[in-house]
Design a protein around this ligand. Structure first.
Ligand code: HMG
Ligand code: MG
Length: 298
């Protein structure tokens, strides 16, 4: 059965922009974050405290995290792959962070330069330090429905890594179809496998739309009881270490779907769509939200 309410995690400013080759002005990022907050997004992944050599677009993480105007009721989060990233994020007053692992060894190496086991060992002190600072930690598992290097990924492997993150203290585990290759039945089976170890309300769906299946996959896992959805305004994005991966499912499309299902989100769809039109024009990208394009043409 469908959940009554769904919480959206807006990853546009981070996942949506991280792969842009041309530097985007910090002011543009700050305006994006502010507009998203104004549209009712209560959780915004604003930056990524990763190595600027690895992801140059996120190099202004300090300026973004300290420059944003905080709205009441909105959580501004950041990715922190290691203690160095966490310390920097804490200095900037971050409220919440995320560690990111993978269900694929090859992807883990390419993305964070270590094995899955090494990554988990590296996250332990991050969680411990964050706990000491009263900062909640979200956990990501990438490649849950397929890997650009290894192909098929067993649901049991996804469940194992997700459980390790949950047991370590991640309050929520976001399941990433990094390269958007999943289909609904596969997504359902994967969520079933993971939810044997982790309560459904501690799981999130993070689906990229490379093959145009993200909304269908979401519908399938919402039916399973997933109630947290990661999405990106205008469907922006892609992972620099997953060749050919396109953006996340568009936030506008998710809100339209949820509205139609009678599921509450608290988001102003018109304001969100206007934000999608604005940011795509500002950075010279096509708007990958069908709903956004349709509303703009009205
Ligand atoms: P490494 O090279 O193994 O790290 O990278 P290291 O500890 O050996 O350090 C090497 C250099 O990086 C040193 O600098 C460090 O100071 C620096 P140098 O001495 O050479 O000048 N460094 C840092 N600088 C800034 N912030 C830090 C940091 N850590 C080390 N936190 C590392 C390891 C994890 C840092 C690197 O591989 C990295 O930054 N990777 C980031 C990859 C990334 O951001 N990928 C995209 C996000 S994940 C994603 O998109 C998937 C997701 O959306 C879910 C899904 O869709 O599936 C979440
Ligand atoms: Mg992603």
């Amino acid at each position: 059965t469908f959940p009554k309410q769904v919480r959206l995690v807006e990853v546009g400013p981070r996942d949506g922009l991280q792969n842009e080759p041309e530097p985007i002005r910090t002011e543009t990022k700050l305006e994006l974050i502010d507009r998203l907050g104004a549209a009712g997004l209560a959780y915004i992944e604003a930056a990524s405290f990763v190595s600027p050599k690895w992801v140059p677009q996120m190099a202004d993480h300090r300026e973004v995290m300290t420059g944003l105007s905080r709205r009441k009721g909105v959580t501004y989060a950041a990715l922190t792959p290691n203690l160095k990233g966490l310390e920097a994020a804490l200095e900037c007053g971050v409220e919440e962070v995320a560690v990111f692992g993978a269900a694929s060894e090859a992807f883990s190496q390419k993305n964070i330069n270590c094995s899955v086991a090494e990554s988990l060992a590296r996250f332990e002190p991050v969680l411990e330090r964050a706990r000491g600072a009263n900062v909640r930690v979200r956990g990501y598992v990438s490649c849950v429905l397929g890997c650009p290097y290894e192909g098929e990924i067993a649901p049991a492997k996804v469940a194992e890594v997700a459980k390790a993150l949950y047991d370590m203290g991640c309050y929520e585990v976001s399941l990433g179809d990094t390269i958007g290759v999943g289909t609904p039945l596969k997504a359902k089976r994967m969520v079933e496998a993971v939810s044997r170890d982790i309560p459904m309300d501690k799981l999130a769906a993070h689906f990229h739309d490379t093959y145009g299946q993200a909304l269908a996959n979401l519908y399938a896992v919402l039916e399973e009881g997933i109630s947290v959805v990661d999405s990106s305004v205008a469907g922006l994005g892609g992972c620099p270490y997953a060749k050919g991966a396109s953006g996340n499912v568009a936030s506008e499309d998710v809100v339209y779907l949820l509205n139609g299902l009678g599921i509450e989100t608290g988001i102003d769809l018109d304001a969100l769509a206007a934000t999608g039109s604005w940011i795509t024009q500002a950075i010279g990208r096509p708007n990958r939200s069908k709903v956004g394009v349709a509303l703009a043409a009205k």
